[in-house]
Design a binder for this molecule. Structure first.
Ligand code: SF4
Length: 340
């Protein structure tokens, strides 16, 4: 039986960044303003391990800044601290970090591997150069393509993160980015709807009327298109929507944009909404029959929809609708029965 898995996050907010991307205010997003000194890694990891059951596995994950742009000595100090747990605690199985696509030095990849790094995530955000330019990313699509090839050639797993709703973006352009991620060999992805955070250039553009964020409904609809695309290609989706830090939930730092603490559940519900609208439930035995549906146990809530909206839609077509859990079903499989 596989052991359940989690990540121990070590945030290094904007540390190592040479750029100020127009939307980025890591402190507002994470609620963390200072990177931990390397000696604090132990404290962070121990704190998580103290609540981690013996049957769990975990990966230490450096997030938030441009890990590879840190001085090499500091990168190695962080990695040495993390790597010690690979030797001493069977629950820690790997290390990962996120960085910029133009921050990958091929010569350093074997060094990262020697410390137990298994996955590198690139903040690609978009594969359209005009969008990258508009948000002052400071890298281009070609940098993502080169870095992706280097990471995979080194035998590492590749994560590609995308943002939707950046200036100049559209649903079709986001879908193009996702398709290219798949072609580039991404093993996993994260999808972040763009939020307008305080103290960013994007906030100034928003206030000047030069930028309109996606509405929550638009962002959910876009993700409902992107998620099945990645799933069909076998790309694991680690996150949809920003992690709701306490500050973000309280609205601190958030100026505008499609934030919702249960964003992924909204997108998953929307996917089920599409499925139910297209479904052919067979010959109707009565004018308004009762519909019984069975889905995988972890899909019951989202199949019903946010606040039951999918079920309400079905009840416009059927006298009564019931959605049950069936442990023999997986993913978005379902079976149905009509009764008079
Ligand atoms: S590279 Fe990443 S962390 Fe740095 S400013 Fe841009 S988005 Fe923020």
């Amino acid at each position: 039986m596989s052991r359940s898995f989690c990540r121990i996050p070590v945030f290094i907010p904007q540390l190592g960044c040479r750029f100020a991307c127009s939307y980025c205010n890591q402190a507002a997003i994470t609620g963390i303003t200072q990177a931990p000194p390397p000696e604090h890694i132990d404290r962070i990891v121990e704190r998580h391990l103290s609540t981690l059951g013996a049957d769990r596995q975990a990966e230490i994950a450096f997030f938030g800044g441009t890990f590879t742009a840190l001085p090499v000595e500091l990168q190695e100090l962080y990695l040495q601290r993390a790597a010690r747990y690979l030797q001493t605690d069977a629950r820690i199985t790997a290390i990962r970090f996120s960085t910029r696509p133009d921050g990958i030095d091929a010569a350093m990849l074997p060094v990262y591997k020697s410390y137990g790094v298994q996955t590198i995530e690139l903040g690609a955000q978009s594969l359209h150069d005009d969008i990258l330019e508009a948000v002052r990313r400071g890298h281009r699509r070609a940098d993502v393509e080169t870095a992706s090839a280097r990471i995979l050639d080194a035998g590492l797993r590749l994560g590609l993160q995308m943002m939707i709703g950046l200036p100049g973006d559209s649903l079709s352009r986001s879908l193009e980015t996702a398709r290219r991620f798949i072609e580039l060999g991404a093993t996993e992805t994260r999808i972040y709807p763009t939020l307008v955070m305080e103290k960013t250039l994007l906030a100034e553009q928003y206030r000047a009327g030069a930028y309109r964020p996606l509405t929550l409904e638009e962002a959910v609809d876009w993700c409902a298109e992107l998620i099945p695309l990645f799933e069909a290609a076998g790309v694991r989706i680690l996150r949809v929507g920003l992690h709701p830090s306490e500050d973000l939930v309280a609205g601190a730092g958030l100026v505008a944009g499609p934030f919702h603490p249960a964003f992924r559940a909204l997108a998953e519900s929307a996917i089920w909404g599409h499925i139910w609208r297209r479904a052919d439930f067979g010959q109707q035995p009565a004018a308004r029959p009762r519909l019984k549906l069975w889905v995988a146990p972890n899909q019951v809530n989202v199949a019903n929809g946010h606040h039951g909206e999918n079920k309400r839609y079905l009840e416009t077509r059927f006298r009564k609708v019931s959605i049950y859990a069936d442990p023999t079903l997986a993913g978005r499989q379902y079976r149905s029965a009509l009764c008079s």
